[in-house]
Design a binder for this molecule. Structure first.
Ligand code: F6P
Length: 558
């Protein structure tokens, strides 16, 4: 068994500088006083609590008044942020410093949505960014207007994006979220899984003559994407298209021009981005091409503008009024001091149904690290499992665990004030559920309330006593609620950028690099070794007992 990280252990000389630091120690001491106070009591003590513990930005409200925090908690968290040099790190991020230290490069996704020139080591990268945006605009217009014709002269009706991870999750999530803004009739599809079933099911109803493939891969070496891309090309040719038709039906988005050419896509049909754009931060770059094709370039630019507005807020707002900073610090409080190990993302907007999946990569691939920037093992947790489903579906599935389970889980609720489809009273019902759940998670229901409720029912006294413990809800769960006017492109851009920066804030506190992902390499290497083993029928004894057993079972039954 590997060592477990335990942030609650007493001080000893093996502690890291972070957990030994005065700011961290002060938060540890503060935790023991606060844990006895139910949050709803804090509202009784402070009539201004909602105003004091919520922040506004444009038409976005972020309410963290239901979090188990006091003014003192926030003051101590801000001291921790200053101790970890937060303001300087934010400035360094925005000015192209090599914040991705293990790969020795900048993480300059803010340049992809900047209105002002952004310099990277003496070069104004905004010029390149704008040139690719212009290339995307011209191509998008041609496809959406029908000027670009497929090999038999018909316009394009379907776009298949082939990519995985950041080359899939962001574009897919945004395209789904902004479905009401899809106006051209072009249908977007996303294929990520190497399981041939996804490619088969996607291609089966499509006409190759009216289908455009976007092969999206930062490296253009990813096994899943290249395998799917080759199979898509084989399908295209097998349906009657010719080699020379590929140029009209396949484009690439990548940083790797040579690999794109090697695959057989003319580099003239390639949309470029750069190594300083991390995969999970890339939807703003040409990786967003399927978004632009689906919703049009004006809406794509509105998405960028919303993100840029949040960037400016993050860069220029004092820490205590800075939404990503405060949400990052509250997450640190939950994870390192309240023992939260799991975080639910609960959008009360069906169009955000892929948002939890997108945030899984953003948060877990960024901060799932156990070694700090100095190469030392951490002795504190650096993140949680992230998961979720749109409300109200989750209420009838897993909320039971949130309300009465033993796990310590935090939650973000997100909801629009205006529905894209205001049918009857659906939206008030949806929001009533959203507000009620946040209230229930905070207030819970104590024994006295349960007893009172049962006394005024027809339940017998004997049954009442049996039921009481089952009906108690402890409450005090850490909940943040975000409300916004409507899920439009600008608001979505703002929300995504907010989460990107929140993840960065956490990484600064934890002194880890959120921009690398070495942990995905081992599985890839081992799959490469196992694949040749599956190409013959002899049983193997070359691996550990379990792996041998699985391989041999597969060989027996395939
Ligand atoms: O899963 C690892 C990873 O490198 C992600 O970070 C990335 O988003 C994904 O693979 C896809 O990579 P690429 O865009 O290079 O195909």
């Amino acid at each position: 068994m590997k060592d477990k990280v335990d942030s609650s252990r007493p001080p000893d000389k093996t502690m890291t500088p972070l957990t030994q630091s005065p700011a961290w120690q002060a938060l540890q001491a503060h935790r023991s006083t606060l844990s006895k106070q139910p949050v709803y009591d804090l509202f009784r003590q402070d009539a201004q609590r909602f105003e004091q513990f919520s922040l506004h930005f444009d038409d976005l409200l972020v309410d963290f008044s239901k979090q188990p925090v006091t003014r003192e908690t926030l003051a101590l968290l801000l001291t921790l942020a200053r101790q970890q040099d937060m303001e300087n790190w934010i400035t360094r991020l925005f000015h192209g410093a090599r914040v991705n230290n293990t790969e020795d490069r900048a993480a300059l996704h803010i340049a992809l949505r900047s209105k002002e020139p952004v310099m990277l080591e003496g070069e104004n990268v905004t010029l390149k960014v704008n040139a690719v945006l212009d290339q995307m605009a011209a191509f998008t217009d041609k496809i959406r207007s029908g000027d670009h014709k497929g090999y038999d002269g018909q316009p394009i009706t379907d776009i298949v994006n082939i990519g995985i991870g950041g080359s899939d999750l962001g574009p897919c999530m945004v395209t789904e979220a902004l479905k009401p803004y899809q106006s051209s009739g072009i249908r977007p599809h996303f294929v990520s899984n190497i399981d041939g079933t996804q490619l088969y099911e996607t291609l089966q109803p499509l006409n190759p003559a009216t289908t455009l493939f976007v092969i999206a891969s930062k490296t253009f070496t990813t096994q899943e994407t290249l395998t799917n891309a080759h199979s898509a090309r084989n399908w295209f040719l097998a349906q009657g298209a010719q080699e020379q038709d590929i140029a009209r039906h396949f484009v690439a988005v990548s940083t790797n021009r040579a690999a794109v050419a090697h695959f057989g896509i003319d580099p003239g049909n390639m949309f470029e981005f750069w190594d300083w754009v991390g995969g999970r931060y890339s939807l703003w770059s040409a990786i967003g091409l399927p978004i632009a094709l689906a919703i049009g370039m004006d809406h794509f630019r509105a998405l960028l503008a919303g993100a840029n507005a949040m960037d400016q807020h993050f860069l220029n707002t004092p820490l205590e009024k800075n939404i990503p900073v405060m949400l990052g610090l509250i997450a640190v409080w939950q994870i390192n001091f309240l023992g939260v190990t799991s975080h639910a993302v609960l959008p009360y907007d069906q169009y955000l149904h892929r948002f939890p999946a997108y945030l899984q990569q953003l948060e877990m691939e960024s901060n799932g690290k156990r070694i700090d920037r100095n190469g030392n093992a951490v002795d504190y947790a650096t993140g949680t499992a992230v998961w979720g489903e749109p409300g109200t579906n989750g209420q009838h599935a897993f909320y039971q665990l949130l309300h009465q389970g033993t796990a310590s889980i935090s939650a973000d609720f997100l909801a629009p004030c205006q529905s894209q489809h205001p049918i009857g009273n659906h939206h008030p019902l949806l929001l009533a559920n959203c507000f009620a759940q946040t209230q229930a998670l905070m207030c819970g229901k104590n024994e006295q309330e349960v007893r009172h409720e049962l006394e005024s029912s027809s339940v017998s006294a004997a049954l009442r006593e049996k039921l009481i413990p089952h009906k108690i809800h402890p409450g005090n769960h850490p909940v943040t609620t975000m409300l916004f006017r409507k899920l439009d492109p600008a608001t979505l851009g703002m929300l995504i950028a907010l989460y990107e920066h929140k993840v960065f804030v956490q990484s600064v506190i934890w002194n880890i690099n959120p921009f690398d992902q070495w942990g995905v390499e081992l599985g890839k290497q081992l799959a490469g070794k196992i694949l040749p083993e599956l190409e013959h029928d002899q049983f193997t004894a070359a691996y550990d007992g379990s792996t041998n057993g699985l391989i041999n079972f597969y060989k027996r039954y395939r």
